[in-house]
Design a protein around this ligand. Sequence first.
Ligand code: PRP
Ligand code: URA
Length: 216
Amino acid sequence: MTLQLRVYVPEHPLIQHWLGVARDRHTPSVLFKSAMTELGRWLTYEASRQWLLTGETTVETPLAECPATLIMPDSPMMIVPILRAGLSLLDGAQTLLPLASTYHVGLVRDEETLEASCYLNKLPDQISPQTRILILDPMLATGGSMLTVLEELTKRGADTSLMRIISVVAAHVALQKLSQAYPSLTIYTAAIDEHLNDVGYIVPGLGDAGDRAFGT
Ligand code: PRP
Ligand code: URA
């Protein structure tokens, strides 16, 4: 069986609405940040289907015993926001996954070569292959930043089939590269955009996500 990258673009009206707000160049930074929080929340909600580990048990209601399906509190779970822009999705994701530990990775693209370089890596030395990992980065442009993080995660033992990537706008070229390198990945994104401009920005995209989220 050959594996193929799975990319979901949920048709949820809240996701479409907040994407429109984020894309609008007239949206001020404070509202842009809210839009990203909401996108983080609803895309994580969609991604958590058939991904969170649950177990069957029984609980006692005030009236009787009944079966219940509960999230397994001990199943290892990590959130990895890619700084800076990935931080803007974190609040929304964390409200749905309060038991997950957060490990920050800071990357910045060189404006000329578009190569990503790492200035902060808080990943643990070893990662159990059973760990469910949610990676947050709103922009998948060349795909270089995400490939850098995936390499750091897999060399520590993480299993790509248990990862979920949350992005807001993904470019075709990034999806092609990720598909070639890690076909067992699953991505949730609010939109797939056609192309990059000659300085590596997604068109139409939403501009510089980090600058817009932090008002810089
Ligand atoms: C942006 C974005 C991604 C990366 C995507 O980060 O948040 O991490 O670019 O581009 P790529 O797919 O071509 O690697 P940036 O380097 O601008 O840093 P920032 O988040 O601090 O603004
Ligand atoms: N990073 C961004 O913030 N925006 C893009 O369009 C591409 C990379």
